[in-house]
Ligand binder design. Structure first.
Ligand code: PRP
Length: 188
């Protein structure tokens, strides 16, 4: 076994979603998005990935979208997690094109407290898109601090520390092709 495989074996406990399960769910989500937008005959859907966790999910999802679309990315600073304040986000890298009068779909890997997405939607709504929807692969509703329901969500998960398929711990594990629970001893 190579050192990386050994590291994963030692640090990742339960596999919540394997590659096949993720692929099937992503396909179902894409079918739903296709079914919702195709009848609208839109000129362009602007798919905005929230860096960096969304990139793996987004790259798989968009390849199944049968719609005219463009992609863009936004990077925001996280507020201090765990605080009870409403939190604000700061833009580290803004999207490259205007979204005024465009249909916009925001892509996230996970919604936890919901503070990031709430701030982000407020910020993007102020630019007057024609429509704005939220799509997340994972949802942890038990942690929610604001009233926010994604329009599309792949899986509801318990309050575990999950990594893989874009999700990180200290920047690592994003390339792991499945989603697993990081053992507490790996981060405590
Ligand atoms: C994660 C995730 C969301 C946010 C969700 O990003 O991608 O943006 O946290 O948490 P919330 O619902 O409690 O606001 P993170 O700050 O870990 O950055 P990353 O995408 O680069 O991993």
């Amino acid at each position: 076994m190579n050192p990386w495989a050994k590291h994963l074996e030692e640090n990742i406990g339960e596999v919540l979603f394997d590659e096949a399960t993720i692929a099937k769910r992503v396909q179902e989500m894409a079918q739903q998005i296709n079914a919702d937008y195709q009848p609208l005959n839109i000129e362009e859907l602007v798919v905005i990935g929230v860096l960096r966790g969304s990139v793996v999910f987004m790259s798989d999802l968009i390849r199944q979208l049968q719609l005219p679309l463009t992609i863009d990315f936004i990077a925001i600073s996280s507020y201090a997690k765990g605080t009870r304040t409403s939190g604000t986000v700061r833009i580290l890298k803004d999207i490259s094109e205007s979204i005024t009068d465009k249909h916009v779909l925001i892509i996230e890997d996970i919604v936890d407290t919901g503070l990031t997405l709430q701030c982000l939607t407020d910020l993007l709504q102020a630019r007057r898109p024609k429509s704005l929807r939220l799509c997340t692969l994972l949802d942890k509703p038990s942690r929610r601090m604001v009233d926010l329901t994604p329009d599309y969500r792949g899986f509801e998960i318990p309050d575990d520390f999950v990594v893989g398929y874009g999700l990180d711990y200290a920047g690592h594990y994003r390339q792991v092709p499945y989603i697993g629970v990081l053992k507490p001893e790996a981060y405590q």
